[in-house]
Design a protein around this ligand. Structure first.
Ligand SMILES: Cc1cc2nc3c(=O)[nH]c(=O)nc-3n(C[C@H](O)[C@H](O)[C@H](O)COP(=O)(O)OP(=O)(O)OC[C@H]3O[C@@H](n4cnc5c(N)ncnc54)[C@H](O)[C@@H]3O)c2cc1C
Length: 441
């Protein structure tokens, strides 16, 4: 029976009182909701769009990065929920074979299959989903979150969860509580990209091309003055549907080179419009200058501009640049990664590989300082700017989310405040409850 009391002063009905409420259904929120549900907890997953996937699907980022090592012979080193989801996509023919990305591999996927797979896994876990629902604000009493103000097309309502996981990407819950967050490096964040898909591509000719060849053609076309192509280091990946190619080519900055901020509607509006214009221009370039694309057409752009970075929480722990570059191992790891630092700056893309090694993401990077019934997961984790440019990718967001979901159960079922949980304790708990962490096949 729903709790129909109202919240005094706000006069909004209390619609749900779940054990765990997860805000955001990107890879981090999806996996958090599934882990908590698998522990038998009642879980409500809140998502403003009508589907899961976040930047991966709405932003069309389109590939699973972070599963493989880097080096001459990359091998899969990340498992757990990331591998479960990858396998589910594979069964539905929603992925291609792994594709080379510099010295590592990634896995392109189909967005529709991603959405369907997420729906089915959530349903099987018993999680309640609320699409088209916007988180507005969290309220605290005695140092713990007591209720959340949400809005759906019918109006505002309240949820009274026992535990909250902020997987909004933008640390919206943390920010609404005025807990500290930081913004990139002295306010400078990575550049957004409007990703798009081309159809009708001659795949044989496309797959025969060296990626460096396309970069050279882009630069040449831009320098000729016939095209406006600000980014010259571009990524093109084959998609599972025959003749479709995923194009991660654009770079959105203001004319003065400054970067639109992903938490400001005015900047986002500029980025969406400029993103679509650039996508059209790159599509024109592909069609006119790259033989494999001569009969191609633009299928779609992302539902929204791809935002790589906004707020990072100031957590109990911090993923440092040093830890990533020097492949540091941590006894309190919640996930591990060999994805390179892939930093999208206004001038260029900078890539730093970890050769035949990996680093650990400490669980403490998901704990807002002193939090009792709150964790974050995904790209709003506590990390230095360059470190985040590695840890933010899909496989690691799956790992962080699954760990945070498991930790919500540890907190509620064993009565331990979030800030007192250690990564090592969490790993033992996960093992005991048959929830695989990213090390486990
Ligand atoms: C341009 C670009 C290219 C990328 N390329 C790749 C790639 O090739 N491979 C790869 O692995 N990764 C890639 N990434 C990174 C990856 O897509 C993201 O870092 C990852 O999706 C982050 O996951 P997340 O769950 O933390 O957040 P998100 O994916 O951002 O999900 C957050 C979710 O929360 C929802 N939400 C936010 N606020 C609210 C609210 N107030 N109320 C309700 N719902 C809310 C959003 O709608 C969204 O669904 C790319 C990212 C970008 C931007």
């Amino acid at each position: 029976m729903p709790d129909t009391r109202t919240v005094p002063a706000y006069n909004v009905p209390v619609r749900h009182s779940p054990d765990v409420c997860v805000i955001g259904a990107g890879p981090a929120g999806l996996s958090a909701a599934i882990a908590a549900s698998r522990l038998g907890l009642s879980v409500l997953l809140i998502e403003k769009y009508g589907f899961c996937g976040g930047a991966t699907v709405a932003g069309l980022s389109g590939t699973i990065c972070g599963l493989f090592s880097s080096g001459k012979w990359p091998t899969q080193i990340v498992f757990g929920f990331a591998d479960e989801f990858y396998s589910a996509l594979r069964v539905r023919k929603g992925v291609t074979l792994p594709v080379e990305f510099g010295r590592t591999l990634l896995v392109p996927h189909d967005s529709l299959v991603w959405k369907e797979t997420a729906d089915d896994l959530l349903e099987a876990s018993g999680c309640k989903i609320s699409y088209h629902t916007q988180f507005i604000k969290a309220f605290e009493e005695d140092g713990r979150i007591s209720w959340l103000l949400l809005k759906d097309p019918g109006g505002q309502f309240a949820v009274k969860p026992r535990f909250v996981i902020d997987a909004s990407g933008d640390a919206e819950v943390v920010h609404s509580l005025s807990l500290p967050t930081s913004f990139g490096k002295d306010g400078q964040v990575q550049t957004p990209t409007m990703i798009f898909k081309m159809g009708g591509v001659d795949m044989r000719a496309f797959l025969a091309m060296d990626p460096a060849e396309i970069n050279t053609l882009v630069r040449k076309a831009h320098d000729s003055g016939a095209y406006r192509l600000p980014r010259h280091h571009v990524y093109l990946f084959p998609l599972p549907n025959m003749g479709e190619v995923l194009c991660n080519m654009t770079r959105i900055t203001f004319p003065d080179g400054s970067v639109p901020i992903g938490t400001c509607a005015e900047d986002l509006t500029y980025a969406e419009i400029e993103g679509r214009r650039q996508a059209r221009e790159y599509a024109r370039f592909l069609k006119e200058q790259v033989k494999a694309f001569c009969y191609s057409y633009m299928v779609e752009t992302g539902t929204q501009i791809g935002i790589r970075q906004t707020r990072s929480i100031r957590g109990k722990g911090l993923l440092t640049n040093d830890a990533v570059i020097n492949a540091k191992k941590d006894k309190n790891a919640v996930a591990h990664s060999a994805w390179p630092i892939e930093l999208h700056q206004s001038e260029k893309v900078h890539i730093h590989y970890l050769e035949n090694d990996f680093y650990d993401i400490p669980f403490e990077t998901l704990i807002p300082k002193d939090a009792v019934n709150l964790l974050v997961a995904g790209r709003c984790m506590s990390a230095e700017h360059e470190a985040l440019a590695s840890a933010r990718v899909t496989a690691q967001c799956f790992g962080m989310g699954y760990g945070a979901g498991a930790a919500s159960g540890l907190s509620l079922l064993e009565n331990i405040p979030a800030h007192a949980i250690s990564g090592r304790q969490l790993r033992d708990w996960m093992k005991e409850h048959n929830l695989k962490n990213t090390n486990e096949k």
